[in-house]
Design a protein around this ligand. Sequence first.
Ligand code: FAD
Length: 403
Amino acid sequence: MTVNKNKQRIIIVGAGFAGIKAALTLSKFNHLFHITLISRSENFCYYPTLLRTAVGGDSKLSIIPISKILKQKDINFILGSIKTVDKKSKNITLENNSTLEYDKLILALGEVTNYFDIPGLERYSHAIKSESQTYNFNKLLHDYLTENHTTDKNYLIIGAGATGIELASTLPAYLKFLMKRHNIHHHAIHVELIEASPTLLPRYPKDFTKIISHKLITMGVSLKLSCKVINQGIDYIQTNNEKIESKTVVWTAGVSNNPFYKNNQFLMNNHDKVLTDIYLAADDNIFVAGDNANTPYSGLAQTALHDGHFIAKNIIRAAHNKSYLPYKPKKPITVISVGPFWGAVLWGNIRLYGLIGAILRQLADIEGYRNILPLNQAIMLWLNNFKKQSRKCNFCDITSLKK
Ligand SMILES: Cc1cc2nc3c(=O)[nH]c(=O)nc-3n(C[C@H](O)[C@H](O)[C@H](O)COP(=O)(O)OP(=O)(O)OC[C@H]3O[C@@H](n4cnc5c(N)ncnc54)[C@H](O)[C@@H]3O)c2cc1C
């Protein structure tokens, strides 16, 4: 690969929300930059709809080929995984031992699932954080029903954050759909949402979480608060209070920062985030964005997009001999859906509940997609939300639904 010596070499590692946004913003100035985007996956994962995919939604909604996003953009994509960074020599090494030099490096590697060394959890529980995990979970739901002709004794979701709440509230409708599709007599569905803290969504205002709790209970989801998982076996979990039988356990309760940073001696704060300055720089010419950085609203796609854009804008400013601007956090809008037709919205002091929340949750995805795709493609993709469930089962040759 030849690189024009007049152009700055910008390497972005991680093609998630932050990395893609930074690459697309910089690519508008491709006469100034040679942009290389590196990621260990060929697909971009649009996490906000991954739960819908896990309960039978179209995988196109959540898994978008990076080639489609970068089409006609002057961005060099490398499929690979970063191993080390040499901050003095300004180069990075990938797992395949190839080395690349940079003038500026943007790191946005996302988080990894953390099982906190709870015995059995990593082996027996399911996570929903990747395409393959989502597929495996969907297949597990299907196979249990079709092999046993009944539901599992309990469906356990551990972690009452936004992901756990959304999953717990959508699971019953999907299980009913699966039973109907496979002509299985309807059986009771027990979904339990287990949380170690005394409240769900511990970081949110009490009045907001109280209404969400109430909604979940009216939908038949049991809430088990102040309940800690101690270990898990093949068909049960043991908590501080009781043993609960289940072969369907989803772990949404723990994430930690990407191990790359500790392995490469980056300084971290008490919350396991990379310490950055007011320009999101963690070292000379190294910027950290999204879930990895110590920003106030880290852990959200909205923040990752904001960070990627912010870093790219500052690099563009510097290329025009302007000084960097300081980072200003963007207060996020929280929208949590509970079932398909109800959502809770928190935006500063404003709270909205009900169908309006569900509609806003859907509309937020147009904005989410628009950040990475042209508007027409973003809308086309979003419309897949409303496609009727296929009559053909993805896992067996059943082709019709019971009337
Ligand atoms: C199920 C689920 C639902 C969510 N729903 C919402 C929501 O509704 N709204 C919201 O705002 N947020 C939501 N989030 C959070 C949001 O998805 C994250 O905050 C966001 O993805 C962070 O973006 P990022 O760019 O920092 O990291 P990511 O999007 O995780 O991207 C990281 C990228 O780095 C790549 N990578 C990792 N390690 C390496 C390596 N060593 N070398 C090369 N590449 C590497 C990965 O393959 C990936 O492409 C959800 C998260 C989950 C798991």
